[in-house]
Every structure is written in structure tokens, then in C-alpha cells.
Write a protein that binds this ligand. Structure first.
Ligand code: NDP
Length: 321
């Protein structure tokens, strides 16, 4: 027997129960991974809470790093003993998780297990947002919400390396210091942020807004854009955005609105290797700093969710079996 976090129904963090379970067996094309650390992501809270439908009993977690323990029939790219990570695993809040061979990412020698667990989901997200959803170029002005969060701290660094001007929002002094220390040019509070972006851009507005906060920021994000700017709504940490009248895009300056999700930007092995390869290499050579803001024992998954949803965390949150 081994341990995993199991939810029997949708609900608050208390549904996440540390439970004895059978060790999973890898099916054809799957790897059985001994988890060194699992990543906690906001999407895990949407699934736990019932915003996204899942089957029960449910073991959360799409992100982890660890060592291959065994492989299923037909696996050719990995063998027992290899170090792997994934952003698209199954049931990663566990001592052992299954990962489809296609979704497994080789971990370079320069990356420790915790950094490898911290990067795949938020790192590949930051990568696709700025390279493929909206191609950020040197000199662009970018507004990014929740700059001290997991995606936020990575995206600030990648945007600065690209030569963009970065404006970000945060809720506390501590988070402000962190975002500033990570390279953000302007760090704002949420109150009145759209007007501040206008001032900073001398009336023009931002070229793009990356908004993972959702309900509370959506209106201001539209107002902060330049003519023909793009709002990339990629999450809903404050809750989902209500239906939108397309006329608002016209009135706001022929704006673009998109709601991307990671799976559509990881279409095949080549795309996965490109994105993970670049972010892993940047972390391994030290040009991308990965902040692990909190580590919890696996058994404390419920507390990790409370803290993430309660805006108490910065950078990455990990569970360690
Ligand atoms: P974060 O570490 O950024 O945590 C969320 C942050 O959002 C909080 O720390 C908080 O920062 C801010 N926030 C603002 N309002 C609220 C609120 N009412 N309740 C809670 N938090 C709030 O999380 P992640 O980096 O994991 O994810 C960021 C966003 O990106 C999430 O919405 C997530 O769903 C989304 N995402 C989307 C992906 C995609 O492909 N579409 C992939 C990965 C993530 P502060 O206190 O400073 O405001």
C-alpha cells in the first residue's frame, strides 16, 4: 500500500483526505513515477471545488517530478531510473503517479527535483502566453496581474529578458517587494490599476494584459489596453468572468479577447519539448529563478489549498510525499 490525497466529492479543502491506496500499475504507454514533489496549481482548486467536473474518487494533481519506477508495454523513450517531470500527469498528489509517455518531460542534470516539479505547468504557461498567445516583442508594454504568484514571477523574468516594459499588480507590501526584486518596472495595487496604466503609458494603454485573476480585474484589464490591444484572460483566481457583450471590444478600441488553456498550446511532443526545453534550460543555467514559496508534506494538501486560495502564497507551492 502507498498514500495519496483522495477526494470523494467536490467541496472545500477539507475534502482532500490523506488516504492509503493501492500502488497504481502502469498501463500501455504509461510510466509509473515515484513522486519527489507534486506541484499545487490553481486548476487543482477548481477541480476540487467542482468548477471543473471530475470523476470520484478523485486524486488531484497534474504536475510532479520524480523517478521512473516502472514502465508499461510499448514505452520506448523512458526506462526505470530516469528522472522525469510533467504538467499533464494523472493523480500526482500521491507517492506514486502515472504519466503518459507523451506527457513526460526529461529533467536535465542541472535541475533538482523540487525545481523540476515547480516549473512544468507554470513555466510552460508563461512560455506559451508570451510566445504564442500574444507574441511579446522588445518595447511592448505588458500588464500582468498577480505578479508575485507562480505564473507571475516566472512571466516577469521572461518578459524582462525579452525587453518588454512590465507593469504588474499585487495585494501586499511583501508581494510588491518580491515582484520588484524580480524585475517588474511598475508594481501596482489593484485599486485603480487601469488609470495608473494609462498614466504610465502616457495615455496609450498596454499592448497586452495577461489576466489570471478574472472576475475582479476583467473590466479594468479591458480599460488598460491600447487601441487593438489584446486581453489574454488565462485564469479566474478571483472567480469566473460573467458573459461579455462583444460590443465592449469595439468600444474599447477594436480590442482582442482570448481565453487560452495550456492543453491547446501543447499539441504534440515537439511543442512540449520546445516549451519545456527552453524553461528548463533557463532554470538550469540560472537565468530563470524559480521561487518555491512553500513546501507542505503531502498529508497537508488541504492546508496548501487554503493558503493558495487565501492569497497567502508566493511563487510555487509544492507537496512533498
Ligand atoms: P498564483 O500563485 O498566481 O495564485 C493566485 C494569485 O491570484 C494569488 O496569489 C493572488 O495574488 C491573486 N488573486 C487575486 N485575487 C484573488 C482572489 N480573490 N483569490 C485568490 N487569489 C487572488 O496561482 P498560479 O500561478 O497557479 O495561477 C495563476 C492563474 O493562472 C490562475 O488563475 C490559474 O488558474 C491560471 N492558470 C491558467 C493556465 C492556463 O493555461 N490557462 C495555466 C496555469 C495557470 P495577489 O494576492 O497578489 O492578488
Amino acid at each position: 500500500m502507498t498514500h495519496a490525497i483522495v477526494a470523494q466529492q467536490a467541496g472545500g479543502p477539507e475534502v482532500l483526505a490523506y488516504t492509503e491506496v493501492e500502488r497504481p500499475e502502469p498501463g500501455p504507454g504509461q510510466l509509473l513515477v515515484k513522486v519527489a514533489a507534486a506541484g499545487v496549481n490553481f486548476i487543482d482548486t477548481y477541480k476540487r471545488g467542482g468548477v471543473y467536473k471530475v470523476p470520484y474518487p478523485f486524486i488531484p494533481g497534474g504536475e510532479a517530478a520524480g523517478t521512473v519506477e516502472a514502465v508499461g508495454d510499448g514505452v520506448t523513450a523512458f526506462a526505470a531510473g530516469d528522472r522525469v517531470a510533467t504538467a499533464e500527469g494523472l493523480s500526482c498528489y500521491a507517492e506514486y503517479a502515472l504519466v503518459d509517455e507523451d506527457a513526460a518531460l526529461p529533467v536535465p542534470d542541472g535541475l533538482d527535483d523540487f525545481t523540476a516539479a515547480a516549473l512544468p505547468l507554470q513555466g510552460m504557461t508563461a512560455h506559451y502566453l508570451m510566445n504564442s498567445t500574444f507574441k511579446v516583442e522588445p518595447g511592448h508594454t505588458v500588464l500582468l496581474h498577480a505578479g508575485a504568484g507562480g505564473v507571475g514571477l516566472l512571466l516577469i523574468q521572461l518578459l524582462k529578458a525579452r525587453g518588454a516594459e512590465v507593469i504588474t499588480t499585487v495585494s501586499t507590501d511583501e508581494k510588491e517587494q518580491l515582484a520588484r526584486g524580480t524585475g517588474a518596472d511598475h508594481v501596482l495595487r489593484y485599486d485603480g490599476f487601469a488609470a495608473r496604466v494609462r498614466e504610465i503609458t502616457v495615455g496609450a494603454g498596454a499592448d497586452v494584459v495577461f489576466d489570471g485573476v478574472g472576475k475582479d480585474t476583467f473590466d479594468g484589464s479591458l480599460k488598460a489596453l491600447r487601441v487593438r490591444g489584446m486581453l489574454v484572460l488565462f485564469g479566474a483566481a478571483s472567480g469566473p468572468v460573467p458573459p461579455v457583450d462583444p460590443q465592449r471590444l469595439n468600444a474599447g478600441g477594436s480590442l482582442f479577447l482570448t481565453r487560452p488553456t495550456m492543453g491547446h498550446y501543447l499539441r504534440d511532443a515537439a511543442e512540449r519539448r520546445w516549451r519545456s526545453g527552453e524553461v528548463f534550460a533557463a532554470a538550469a543555467d540560472g537565468s530563470l529563478k524559480v521561487r518555491i514559496g512553500a513546501r507542505y508534506p503531502l498529508s497537508q494538501a488541504a492546508q496548501a489549498h487554503r493558503d493558495l486560495e487565501g492569497r497567502k502564497t508566493t511563487g510555487k507551492v509544492l507537496l512533498v510525499p
